[in-house]
Design a protein around this ligand. Structure first.
Ligand SMILES: [Zn+2]
Length: 241
């Protein structure tokens, strides 16, 4: 069996809701931490979105950053996770071991990160989208600001917090096309501002219409070029324009 981006020599453990791939050198405690975090995050996201996936979820735990970089064919930092693959054949989330970065051994952080990535997989499946790392999101039917905003919204609440990584004085971006472009530009120093903007907008829509209506209307909302100005309220203070 071959899953894209998973090293051929990796083993897997069949869990109830996903399959975990790992190196033979991986610490048992790290494997267990990712399983525990994955089960917790999966249940949280399923219950909030009232969604049951049909696409099988694979989680790959890279033992070294070298294995991550060579498997993904791109440079990523040691703390980074992502969902590089989601098609009708299944979905993949990648994380890295605590041997790469000690932050990857923090249970609460891994719950949050896995909830974020599981949310991305659910958004793809729900909207009939497909994505494979490097395809420029050409088969995505949901705009990046909705995709990232919802993932941020749920992942922080999964551990009982609101998004706290963003400083209060971060720039607020009024142009949605720019937000989308920045979210996909991993080298931009304004990417955090785009996250901030998308999180605030999604919070607004969920506050107004409820999370289930928001999840149902992601593709309709993606077609809109203009949002109600009230969507930006509460964020104007942080506007740098
Ligand atoms: Zn994301």
């Amino acid at each position: 069996m071959s899953i894209p981006f998973v090293p051929k020599e990796y083993y897997y453990i069949e869990c109830h809701d996903f399959r975990l791939w790992h190196s033979k050198d991986e610490l048992k405690s790290q494997i267990q931490l990712i399983i525990d975090a994955g089960v917790y995050a999966f249940e949280y996201v399923c219950s909030k979105l009232k969604f049951k996936n049909l696409r099988k979820i694979e989680i790959c735990l890279y033992h070294s950053n070298n294995q991550a970089v060579s498997s993904l064919n791109r440079h990523i930092t040691g703390s980074m996770a992502m969902a590089p693959y989601s098609t009708d054949k299944g979905g993949l989330i990648i994380v890295q071991s605590a041997t790469v970065d000690p932050m990857n051994g923090d249970l609460q952080r891994m719950r949050r990160i896995l909830a974020h990535e599981i949310c991305h997989l659910f958004v793809r499946e729900k909207s009939g989208s497909s994505s494979v790392l490097g395809d420029s999101l050409k088969d995505m039917k949901v705009r990046p600001w909705i995709d990232e905003g919802l993932a941020e919204y749920l992942s922080w609440r999964c551990i009982g917090k609101k998004n706290s990584i963003l400083p209060e004085d971060v720039e607020y971006i009024g142009d949605l096309d720019e937000v989308d472009l920045l979210l996909n530009d991993f080298s931009s120093d304004r990417r955090a501002s785009a996250f901030h903007t998308s999180s605030r907008l999604v919070e607004y829509f969920i506050g107004e219409f409820g999370i289930l209506n928001f999840f149902e209307s992601m593709t309709d909302l993606s077609a809109k070029t203009e949002l109600p100005t009230t969507a930006y309220s509460g964020s104007q203070k942080a506007c740098a324009c």
